[in-house]
Design a protein around this ligand. Structure first.
Ligand code: M7G
Length: 329
């Protein structure tokens, strides 16, 4: 659909102003700039929906593919949690419309003041076909990857096909999100930057989600880790936990600290989420606790180079195709 409608949609969107806005948004995102908090213009007013990639009534999210001026874009909308500290204002400052009353039961539609009724919005523009696939609801398959499979199938694929990590370099070079950094250890070998994951709106600690990004640039994933990296991993673990305790008053016993295998972005980073918050990708088939990773490398320096690792791949993931071609699925 995208291909056939591209021209028509670009034309219908295509006032110079909108196209300028999209281009500005694009160049801001490329440079990692973009003025935080004070975005006077609504770049989404020209967004044309092509299709819904996935949605969830329970999670109150919707992933939409569409066009922003002449560019393919993915927009993610997510209703944010209701915060305890806003309840008084919510009760006193809203209008309440009765829907039904029956005995001791009544239901209403509550219209909250706009600032208590925000929708967290993420825009990926220009979005690649890989982004579209990432956000599309799909069946998954568990893959078994031996050391040889990694060398002959995964590694060559990942070297050619993975998402750009420009956003990661922007963070490390302070070209983007510099004001969001919670903690940094600048050491080139064991240092890292800790900052809120863009999935977290930072309004409540219930769904706390930070990522620690290593300054070292040559570690693609768990597979590249050896005992040589223990000082880096221990540093991220220790100082990450300390920084979170200090900033959010959340002790280590309330944290789930882990790496993804496969990750989406092949530059070493560690996820810090609040225990009890079911963050996407925190299941056993994809998340590896950092504490376990450290122990495994302590008992076998080549643990992750040599072990068979298991992970889920979505139906139309190119890597799954490669495993099938190799007769490994
Ligand atoms: P991952 O394990 O590579 O893949 O994690 P996943 O996205 O499939 O989980 C990368 C993490 O970085 C995810 O938790 C993303 O939400 C987060 N992330 C991705 N981008 C593009 C950004 C970004 O631009 N800024 C921040 N702060 N986080 C991001």
């Amino acid at each position: 659909m995208a291909d056939t409608t591209t021209k028509r949609e670009a034309d219908s969107v295509g006032s110079d102003e909108v196209s300028q806005k999209a281009k500005r948004a694009k160049s801001d995102s490329e440079n990692g700039r973009g003025e935080v908090g004070k975005e006077p213009e609504n770049i989404l007013c020209g967004f044309k929906t092509s299709d819904v990639l996935s949605d969830s009534a329970r999670e109150k999210t919707i992933f939409i593919r569409g066009k922003l001026a002449d560019q393919e874009a993915v927009v993610i909308l997510e209703k944010t949690p209701i915060r305890e500290d806003t309840l008084a204002e919510l009760f006193s400052g809203s209008t309440l419309k009765l829907e039904m009353r029956n005995d001791i039961y009544s239901t209403y539609r509550l219209q909250a003041p706009p600032h208590l009724n925000e929708i967290k919005t993420t825009v990926v523009c220009p979005a690649t076909e890989k982004h579209v696939k990432k956000y599309q609801r799909q069946e998954s398959f568990l893959v078994e990857e031996t050391e040889e499979d990694y060398q002959s199938i995964t590694r060559p694929y990942v070297e050619k096909q993975s998402f750009s990590v420009k956003w990661v370099h922007n963070i490390l070079e302070k070209k983007a999100e510099a004001d969001r950094i919670v903690y940094e250890d600048p050491d080139p070998k064991v240092g890292f930057v800790l900052l809120p994951d863009f999935k977290w709106d930072q309004k409540q600690v219930d769904d706390l989600y930070l990522i620690a990004i290593a300054h070292l640039r040559d570690i693609r994933s768990l597979r590249d880790l050896t005992s040589e990296h223990l000082p880096l991993l221990q540093n991220i673990f220790q100082k990450g936990k300390e920084a979170i305790l200090q900033r959010y008053d959340l002790p280590a016993s309330k944290l789930r600290v882990y790496l993804h295998y496969q990750p989406s972005y092949y530059h070493l980073h560690v996820h810090f989420t609040k225990l009890g918050y079911e963050a996407p990708g925190c299941g056993v088939e994809r998340a590896h606790l950092l504490a376990d990773v450290i122990q495994n490398l302590q008992s076998d320096p080549e643990y992750y180079k040599t072990r068979t690792l298991y992970f889920p791949l979505r139906a139309d993931d190119g890597l799954l195709g490669k495993f099938k071609e190799a007769g490994r699925l």
